[in-house]
Design a protein around this ligand. Structure first.
Ligand code: HEM
Ligand code: HEM
Length: 227
């Protein structure tokens, strides 16, 4: 149920799978870049963390079609008109408010998920010429694996750049635009003016989320344990 306060109405926006997956991805990205920078034996952990990231990204994509209202791609992937209208509103004192991702942020979510999917996917076929190799290297030639590894290393910087812009944008919203997007990503609710307050009232299907995540994890495990 929406709860009313003097600032507006509190509504449910982010379901727990969106929030748990989000913070797990943020932590894993730090682990991945750190282990890749250390190299050597740390690459064992890089590979484990990368495979976990792959399962999370796959789950988030499936959840984008099957999850709760604001988790769905259909609710936040908008055309160029909506994006430019939103971008123009940012220069006005009161910018457009959105319950879920705003039209600009929606495309950042797509970019992040696509870059992470490509990164984790190429990791499976990468090798470091010393100890570490992804679990699917044995199925392709050394030359192809070297080419994919080169791409994996370059694309890592695309991922890091997108995540940095994303984090900087969220901080900009907090400091300059006085819109706190971080708290809802922690507890799941937003406080909005009554006219905008259309929360997600559909019951959360916990078992469905757990079953879908288990399916993604098992699919990744199945692929990475092929010998
Ligand atoms: C460093 C790695 C990070 C990655 C890969 C990442 C990725 C993402 C993704 C994929 C989403 C979409 C959530 C969804 O719909 O499932 C998202 C949203 C969000 N992230 Fe991150 N994130 C990162 C770090 C951070 C950090 C450090 C913060 C806080 C300072 C943050 C705050 C948020 C917020 C507030 C949203 C919701 C934005 C909105 O309301 O539209 N993220 N992030
Ligand atoms: C989003 C997930 C991932 C990120 C952000 C990431 C990041 C990186 C980075 C920054 C490097 C460069 C290390 C260097 O400077 O040489 C690297 C190398 C490597 N990664 Fe990943 N990685 C990810 C997923 C994976 C996965 C899933 C695997 C395998 C299962 C993997 C296997 C490797 C291997 C074998 C290398 C060595 C490549 C080389 O040195 O040419 N990575 N990764």
């Amino acid at each position: 149920m929406p709860s009313e306060t003097t600032d507006g109405v509190g509504v449910r926006v982010w379901d727990w799978p969106v929030r748990v997956v989000h913070w797990a991805m943020a932590v894993l990205l730090v682990v991945l870049v750190t282990t890749a920078t250390i190299g050597g034996n740390a690459m064992e952990w890089h590979i484990r963390a990368g495979e976990t990231m792959l399962a999370l990204v796959l789950f988030r994509i499936v959840w984008g079609f099957t999850g709760s209202r604001y988790a769905r791609f259909a609710s936040f992937v908008r055309g160029p008109g909506a994006v430019s209208r939103y971008a123009r509103s940012l220069s006005r004192p009161a910018h457009e408010l959105h319950v879920g991702h705003n039209p600009l942020g929606g495309w950042m979510v797509i970019a992040l998920l696509a870059a992470l999917l490509i990164q984790a996917g190429t990791g499976l076929f990468s090798n470091d010429d010393v100890l570490a190799e992804g679990p699917l290297v044995r199925f392709i030639s050394k030359d192809l694996s070297d080419t994919i590894s080169g791409f994996h290393v370059k694309n890592a910087w695309v991922v890091v750049a997108l995540a940095s812009i994303h984090t900087a944008a969220v901080v900009y919203y907090l400091v300059a635009l006085k819109e706190n997007l971080i708290a809802p990503m922690l507890h799941g609710s937003k406080t909005l003016p009554a006219t905008k307050a259309e929360g997600d009232e559909t019951p959360m299907r916990h078992a469905k989320a757990v079953a879908l995540f288990a399916t993604c994890a098992i699919a990744v495990w199945f692929v990475v344990t092929r010998h």
